[in-house]
Design a protein. Structure first.
Length: 238
């Protein structure tokens, strides 16, 4: 089953819609014709619920997502893909179960084979099937597949024997995106200066805050108390 579709040369009035006319450069080109201050002014007047709904409709209207097996979700520097799943998407085409798994596997293999023509190395560091790593009642609000790109060199083109060569440039005002690591600073007048090099996880923040507030930590909550509060943990247990 092919999950991608080739474009045709057939033109119509729909091609005047921003998303059809400019594709990935929609936001950049809209800002070129409409000054930022004017956009911000309009946004301050129009209620958020209307702004979010109708601007997204205008900018992404005219796409062919409903006719695709899978489609990309607008994001920053991580590739996010959603399967057009029956019962979840308005025009779902992929059945839950074996067909869903087959489509995911095909997409994952396709991305895993991509090469950066400039370096001869793979362009993708990791491809994650979200349902393999996460679960819960809100799983359908997440993308189905997430692609983490290699960052050792700029990627202006990708190549594989299956799809050939695709070129493009990410036109974004920002010079970087979210990282998978960071740091946390905590001011606690009850504790003396303390520095820890132990690796923590963002999921550890919520249970740590709950503990400090004297609240019960739900058994279903992921994460653990941050290590520099180990003495408080012992006090609680005793």
């Amino acid at each position: 089953m092919a999950w991608f579709q080739k474009t045709t040369n057939k033109r119509s009035l729909l091609d005047l819609i921003p998303a059809r006319k400019w594709g990935a450069q929609t936001f950049e080109n809209v800002e070129r014709f409409i000054p930022i201050w004017m956009i911000e002014k309009a946004k301050s007047i129009i209620p958020d619920r209307f702004w979010d709904k109708y601007t997204r409709t205008l900018l992404y209207g005219g796409n062919n997502w409903k006719d695709c097996i899978a489609f990309s979700i607008p994001s920053d520097y991580s590739g996010t893909i959603r399967i057009n799943l029956e019962g979840r998407e308005p025009n779902g085409k992929v059945k839950e179960g074996a067909e869903y798994d087959q489509v995911c596997q095909e997409i994952m293999e396709t991305f895993s084979q991509l090469i950066n023509p400039e370096t001869g190395k793979k362009t993708v560091k990791e491809v994650i099937k979200v349902r393999d790593d996460f679960s819960g009642p809100h799983i359908n609000e997440l993308p189905d597949i997430v692609i983490t790109w290699e960052r050792d060199a700029p990627i202006t083109a990708v190549y594989s024997d299956r799809i050939g060569k695709i070129t493009g440039t990410l036109r974004d005002k920002r010079s970087g995106g979210h990282e998978s690591y960071g740091f946390i600073l905590i001011h606690d007048p009850k504790k003396s200066a303390f520095k820890s090099n132990e690796t923590a996880h963002i999921l550890d923040i919520a249970p740590t805050i709950l503990m400090q507030l004297g609240c019960d930590i739900p058994e279903t909550m992921d994460g653990k108390i941050l290590p520099f509060y180990a003495d408080e943990i012992q006090t609680i247990k005793s």
